[in-house]
Design a protein around this ligand. Sequence first.
Ligand SMILES: [Zn+2]
Ligand SMILES: [Zn+2]
Length: 455
Amino acid sequence: MINWNKYLNREIVCSCGKKHQCNIKHVDIGFNVIKKLADYVQEEKFKNICIVADKHTIKIAGEKVYTALKKIGISYNEYIFTDEELIPNELNLGKIFTHIPVDCDFIIAIGSGVINDLVRFVSKKIYIPYAIVATAPSMDGYASAVSPLIIDGFKVTYEGLGFPWAIIGDVDILKDAPVNMIASGVGDIFGKYVCLVEWKLSHIVNNEYYCPEIEKLMRRAVDIVAKAADHGIAERDPQAIASVMEGLIWAGIGISYCGNSRPASGCEHQMGHFWEMMFLQNYHRHDIEHGTFVGIATIVALYVYKEAVNILEVNNNLPTILFDKEKWEKMIVDVYGKCSCSIIDLENKVHKNDSQKAVVRIRNVLSNKMQIIKLIKSLPDINIMIKRMKKVQEPFLPRQIGITPQLLRDTIIYAKEMRNRYGVLQLLFDCGKLEEAADKVCREIDMLSESNIGK
Ligand SMILES: [Zn+2]
Ligand SMILES: [Zn+2]
């Protein structure tokens, strides 16, 4: 059992020179931990509790929460969404604002990603703390301070909203979560293999802040989940399922320690977000779990990195491309459609593709080539990863969720434009090899079949 108190609500002076902190009052992952909620409520003297859940999550964990509260004689109000599939949009935020009693002093959210994102937003706006009783280990947003919401039909991530006051992961509940949600959590965690390497890559190339202690914490959690994927998750072994939930919490703690999402999000998240955005914009689809996108993007990223090594190994010199802004803008409008304005605005603000900057970066890549190749080669073997994902029934091929070859190609080439964050995609872009690499990766992925690999 992890002693979370060692890592939370305190300043940790680190060898990286920074002081790390993550202020989540309570994290409890284990059997029957819901009853701890009652102790916390008593300790803080919360009086007017409002439970927010949907019709599925209340069935899963409602009884346990009611029993815990009744034991200490606390009454509560509740708002239960009746939607078949709950969407984190303005309407549903409005419903919580409408139904929450004016004297409420504590919210207990019961659910996973969507409920947590909605309640986090409301909690911040009305200055009332909330606890999340997790119903599935499905994504790494429990211990985060951001809420991705769908506003005016677009995905908008609201940052700096604050952490839940308590995160309760009752293993009895988590182990019975739907297969696709557990697989999504595993996919989200597997992405960390990529983003940790990418963080170090940017440290080498751009001297970006990097903390080996955070990396160690994250890597340990990811390795435990990898082992659990090999043995235990598919069998619903409670300890294996708990390790997924713990890994997801570590991701949040890592982000908080770092001060940005570097330890938990790299090009695999950029590509995953790109798909989320495109699915929503082009097909109004929001039925795929965040971690499912990330898991598939992790496999794509591993292929891209493999190609980057090939390029680095055969080229002693890499000329920098001249950035053709006009041509680039046309492509961005084509690919991003309605969302292209914010992408172009970002480039106008940060000039990440500026040729002068690329020259410096490529020079640093070449002078640290051997170290970078060694770093990339530390990534896990693609076949082993696929085998693990298959074992937990996590999709690993883009086409399994309806990503076309054209969309995959666009993803590899344009997903990096969503953020100003250096990684392998920018490295390949800087030396004019991104399109060539994308074509090669698309061909390799096209040749993979669902049945005859990873065995
Ligand atoms: Zn540190
Ligand atoms: Zn994630």
